[in-house]
Design a binder for this molecule. Structure first.
Ligand SMILES: Nc1ncnc2c1ncn2[C@@H]1O[C@H](COP(=O)(O)OP(=O)(O)OP(=O)(O)O)[C@@H](O)[C@H]1O
Ligand SMILES: [Mg+2]
Length: 433
């Protein structure tokens, strides 16, 4: 028997025991009614519709459901959130008899981590129940009620720090200015133009490039600018326990919709969401079928190491992503010099120009490590100056290490998608342009 049928059967037995002869409606209910956040926030005494007040709940024991809760942080505290379980919700009626709703939520499918719920509601009480469901969903949804600048979805604030200065991101000027102009033009006049055309003001930009070229940094610097102009930033990371699930995108979109401000939505490693069952749903969002409706405008800034993984489904279909920006490795000597000067700081010497050629085709993260390593060794040896030899050694040892790592990984592991990614993180050479 299907899971929902078992729940309905159980609820019907409970109902018939408690209220023999009383008519009820069997409905798909909102899973948010069994969310502990809703239970904490929707307090007994709340007025609903039809002169009905909510008066509290009791947990029921349903043999078909194994109660289990998810958890997450609200503010600085860890709290239980989405919960599978059975409940009786109690309601009082002004000048009338009280009533109950018998409710059960469960994971209907082994693979899909989505709670689904059913409820038995007295025939004439659907309005009141709908009002109760609405209160529960509102309690659960990430709200942008008080003004906050950054909302992190998946992970903690440590994942994303929008304090990067625009000038600290060392990339070709025309790339930087095109990207910034796109954002400013969209939030400026763009939103109005989208609306005139009756399009939801949702623009989608993709940053693609090998690991360590500064995509995350660029997002953080864009976020800083957005915040300074009064926009809200919603940041989605797949790098936590929950990984890259559509549920996160959904939560982010809810936050974007609920914001009463223009939103910069940053989704890191978009490719990770385009695998398995979630793929179609993410594409729906990009296609506009499920895109967020924020009349103030929402700009998606997504990143990927894998333009080729996204290629077919996104890049070849206009409109899914409006613009793709390639964030390149170091392409010329000027850029290399700029990067090395930046990370050498006041220890830069003109003679360091000698190693600059070796930095071509490397990502910024490589240069940073080269400079850090050389400066650390010099300090360790109580030298006041970083010699060119030290810097050169630093370059060579990092190159050797990267090669060794990639050989090691190649020997040890079959190159699946996931491993290929790990390998790339250690081996920027492996990238195919
Ligand atoms: N273009 C750059 N300008 C200045 N610093 C850079 C640049 N690129 C990388 N770095 C340095 O390397 C670090 C790592 O870069 P970042 O995390 O932005 O790379 P990424 O492109 O997001 O990599 P991944 O694809 O692995 O997520 C940065 O914090 C910064 O210190
Ligand atoms: Mg990154």
């Amino acid at each position: 028997m299907m899971m929902y049928a078992r729940l309905v059967q159980w609820a019907t037995e409970v109902w018939n025991q408690r209220f023999p002869g009383q008519e009820f409606l069997t409905i798909w209910a909102s899973a948010e009614c069994s969310n502990m956040l809703a239970h904490a926030q929707v307090k007994p005494g709340r007025k609903l519709k039809q002169h009905v007040r909510y008066t509290g709940y009791v947990r029921l024991d349903c043999p078909a459901i194994t109660p289990i809760s998810d958890y997450g942080n609200r503010g600085s505290k860890m709290v239980l959130t989405a919960t599978a379980g059975a409940f009786a919700f109690n309601f009082a009626v002004e000048n009338g008899s009280p009533f109950q709703v018998i409710y059960a939520s469960a994971y209907f499918d082994e693979d899909v981590q989505d709670l689904t719920a059913i409820a038995l509601v007295p025939k004439d009480r659907l309005e009141a129940w709908a009002a109760f469901e609405m209160l529960c969903s509102r309690a659960v949804r990430p709200r942008i009620r008080r003004r906050r600048d950054v909302y992190i979805i998946g992970g903690t604030d440590a994942f994303f720090d929008p304090t990067v200065e625009w000038s600290d991101v060392i990339l070709p000027d025309d790339l930087k200015s095109k990207l910034l102009d796109d954002m400013q033009a969209f939030f400026g006049k763009g939103v109005g133009i989208y609306r005139q055309l009756k399009l939801p003001p949702f623009r989608k930009l993709l940053l693609a490039g090998v690991p360590g070229t500064g995509k995350t940094m660029l997002c953080a610097a864009m976020a800083k600018i957005a915040i300074q102009s009064g926009r809200v930033v919603v940041y989605v990371s797949g790098a936590d326990r929950d990984g890259a699930s559509f549920e996160k995108i959904q939560r982010a979109l809810q936050a974007v919709t609920a914001a009463r401000y223009p939103v910069l939505l940053v989704v890191e490693e978009l490719d990770a969401y385009l695998q398995g069952d979630d793929k179609a749903r993410v594409l729906n969002v990009l296609d506009g079928i499920e895109s967020p409706n924020n009349p103030q405008g929402a700009l998606l800034l997504a990143t990927t190491n894998y333009p080729e993984a996204i290629d077919e489904r996104i890049t070849k279909r206009p409109g899914r992503v409006d613009r793709i920006f390639i964030v390149p490795t170091i392409q010329d000597v000027t850029h290399a010099e700029q990067m090395l000067r930046h990370y050498m700081g006041d220890q830069w010497r003109d003679e360091h120009m000698e190693v600059v050629e070796k930095l071509l085709e490397q990502p910024g993260a490589f240069v940073r490590e080269v400079a850090l390593h050389a400066r650390m060794l010099a300090a360790h040896e109580h030298k006041t100056e970083v010699t060119t030899e030290m810097l050169d050694q630093s370059v060579n040892s990092l190159l050797r290490q990267l090669r060794a790592d990639s050989d090691f990984l190649r020997e040890r592991r079959p190159i699946t998608m996931v491993n290929a990614k790990k390998q790339k993180q250690n081996n920027p050479f492996g990238f195919r342009d």
